[in-house]
Design a binder for this molecule. Structure first.
Ligand SMILES: Nc1nc2c(ncn2[C@@H]2O[C@H](COP(=O)(O)OP(=O)(O)O)[C@@H](O)[C@H]2O)c(=O)[nH]1
Ligand SMILES: [Mg+2]
Length: 296
């Protein structure tokens, strides 16, 4: 491992911050670094928070971060703003809400601004998650505004997707895009101090009863005063995790040919070395998909 990779794995914050900037700027050395770090990823809890602007996602994250720290665990918060570079206000809002954590070395906070395409933001976010994971962050929270494709993108980078709703949406819940509902592993009705929380919960339950899919838990919170936040963290901690963006992690691994066999094994791909020195990778859906992509 290079000295940089070693410093990151050791949890050095300045190196972590510099590498994060390299990833955001799409610098080629970031790719090499990520391939070196690939075998150190896969440990962190990665939870994505999506939902309409103003639902209280940042306020909720501020409280969740405090709870995670109370457990003596480290955390990274990635605030993704896929909408445009013009919504600087939203990012500033996140900064302000998470302000009290800025001086805590156990809390690493980054805003990921739009760099053109949504895919670009998703890729950078995925790489930042891998970086923070390799840096030993126990928990990684990703916040994104639920617009357009953003919520389906977050499902690709997070192990658990939390959809944050507010009571005033009650009347509109039927109009919620199916995608948002299908993406959710967990519903949070925040601002449950406002009227309509019970009604929204009933509406959600009714929608769930009409679908054959999984029925994600529904929790109520008041992010403003912390009500329900501990229960939310407990639920996240015990919730089954979906395998996060395995494709992207494997892509990073493949980038570094020398470490390919070791890295593939580390990511659970069965690799067999034949006695004649040949390496055989048995049928694997994710790999096949990657190969198809390369051919396009
Ligand atoms: N009444 C009430 N207001 C809240 C609650 N949580 C957040 N807010 C307020 O909602 C506004 C938007 O919060 P913010 O966290 O920036 O929302 P985000 O856009 O989803 O990140 C702020 O003024 C918060 O103070 C809550 O539980 N109850
Ligand atoms: Mg926010």
């Amino acid at each position: 491992m290079t000295a940089t990779a070693e410093r990151i794995v050791a949890g050095d914050l300045r190196t972590l911050a510099r590498a994060a900037t390299d990833i955001e700027n799409g610098r080629p050395e970031a790719r090499t670094l990520l391939s070196e770090l690939a075998s150190h990823t896969g440990r962190a809890l990665v939870a994505g928070f999506t939902g309409p602007a103003g639902a209280g996602k940042s306020t909720l994250l501020d409280q969740l971060v405090a709870e995670v720290r109370r457990d003596n665990r480290t955390v990274a918060v990635l605030a993704v703003d896929p909408s445009s570079p013009y919504t600087g206000g939203a990012i500033l809002g996140d900064r302000i809400r998470l302000e009290r954590h800025y001086t805590d070395p156990g809390v690493f906070i980054r805003s990921v601004a739009s760099r053109g395409t949504l895919g670009g933001v998703a890729a950078a976010t995925s790489d930042l998650i891998s970086l923070c994971d390799a840096a030993g962050r126990d928990v990684i929270f990703v916040e994104t505004v639920g617009v357009g494709q953003a919520e389906t993108e977050i499902a690709r980078v997070a192990q658990i997707v939390v959809v944050v709703l507010v009571p005033s949406m009650g009347d509109h819940v039927q109009a919620l895009k199916a995608g948002l509902l299908e993406t959710a592993d967990l519903f949070v009705i925040n601002k449950s101090d406002l009227p309509g929380a019970e009604q929204l919960e009933r509406d959600l339950e009714q929608m769930q009863s009409l679908s054959n899919g999984a029925k994600p838990p529904i929790l109520q919170t008041i992010a403003r005063d912390g009500t329900g936040v501990r229960a939310l963290l407990d639920t996240l901690n015990s919730h089954p995790r979906r395998e996060r963006h395995r494709k992207s992690r494997i892509r990073i691994a493949v980038a570094n040919y020398n470490s390919v066999v070791r890295a593939l094994r580390a990511h659970g791909v069965r690799v067999i070395e034949e006695s004649d020195g040949q390496t055989v990778v048995p049928h694997d859906d994710v790999l096949l998909e990657l190969i198809k992509e390369q051919e396009c």
